[in-house]
Design a protein around this ligand. Structure first.
Ligand SMILES: Nc1ncnc2c1ncn2[C@@H]1O[C@H](COP(=O)(O)OP(=O)(O)OP(=O)(O)O)[C@@H](O)[C@H]1O
Ligand SMILES: [Mg+2]
Length: 252
């Protein structure tokens, strides 16, 4: 692995006295899809919430170690800047219910107090919706509420909202687990297209999904990063017996 866009160094995370990440060293390659897998409770969500400084928003939560975003120390940066450069899409589609589709896409700008000229705003909305493969379906309904959309469309709207501020990294926490197979397939294809413009880190419980869309896979167990490498190598010849047991469905 050559040129990581993000790197954690001995990352430890805690909820009060409970340590949930135990010295994680992970390098995220630029413009690739990295999948994070592991049984429930092993710390996947906590790890990606550290990567965009959301972990610290939970009372009693803290972290130790280092995170690098290119050559910058992410833990000493302004958290708002980090969250703009490292975006997040959640498990359940969560468009702002009272906002139009148009305003949902622009929400990141509004929340940051950035005012846009009308034509610039139009351009950003169209670009982000096209990137999220949603434009054709909503271009005549931009001023309707996002909550009228199907679950899969709502998730693509959330992806458009995340992309609108042009993040360098997009974190996705089980983004298809609330969707039906057709909507899941649509989002998987979208993720593969998106890696041309943004680095993607996706948490997934779905081993087959990780195999289909990721370039690299990390396997976590009880707060530790057990194994990490190119997806094909990890799937065909896991080095650790726990990785193999997980991949063959023996636990998790
Ligand atoms: N807000 C919180 N307060 C206290 N403990 C928490 C909190 N969130 C998570 N934990 C604990 O941290 C550990 C890791 O949780 P995390 O949500 O990161 O796991 P996960 O791998 O994402 O699991 P899942 O696959 O079920 O989503 C678990 O033991 C969990 O109980
Ligand atoms: Mg989780």
């Amino acid at each position: 692995m050559s040129n990581p866009i993000m790197r954690t160094e001995d990352l430890c995370a805690y909820f009060d006295d409970h340590q949930v990440l135990k010295g994680v060293n992970l390098s995220i390659e630029e413009k690739k899809v990295t999948a994070i897998m592991g049984p429930s409770g092993c710390g996947k969500t906590t790890l990606i919430r550290c990567l965009n400084r959301m972990h610290e928003l939970t009372p009693g939560a803290r972290m130790m170690g280092k995170i690098w975003l290119r050559d910058q120390d992410l833990l000493s940066m302004n958290p708002m800047v980090v969250r703009r450069r490292v975006g997040m899409v959640f498990q359940k589609p969560n468009p702002f219910p009272t906002m139009s589709i148009y305003n949902n896409v622009l929400a990141g700008y509004r929340l940051n107090g950035i005012r846009l000229k009308r034509d610039e705003a139009d351009r950003i909305v169209e670009g982000a919706l096209r990137s999220a493969a949603l434009w054709d379906e909503v271009k005549d309904a931009l001023h309707k509420r996002g909550t009228f959309l199907s679950g899969g469309q709502q998730q693509r709207l959330c992806i458009a909202r995340a992309l609108a501020v042009q993040p360098e990294v997009l974190l996705m926490d089980e983004p298809t687990s609330a969707l039906d197979p057709k909507a899941t397939d649509h989002i998987e294809r979208l993720i593969v297209e998106l890696k041309e413009q943004v680095t993607i880190v996706i948490v997934t419980h779905n081993i087959a999904q990780a195999g289909r869309i990721s370039d690299y896979t990390a396997f976590m167990y009880l707060g530790e990063l057990i194994e990490y490498g190119p997806t094909e190598a990890l799937f065909t010849a896991p080095r650790d017996s726990r990785t193999e047991e997980y991949l063959t469905g023996k636990f998790g």
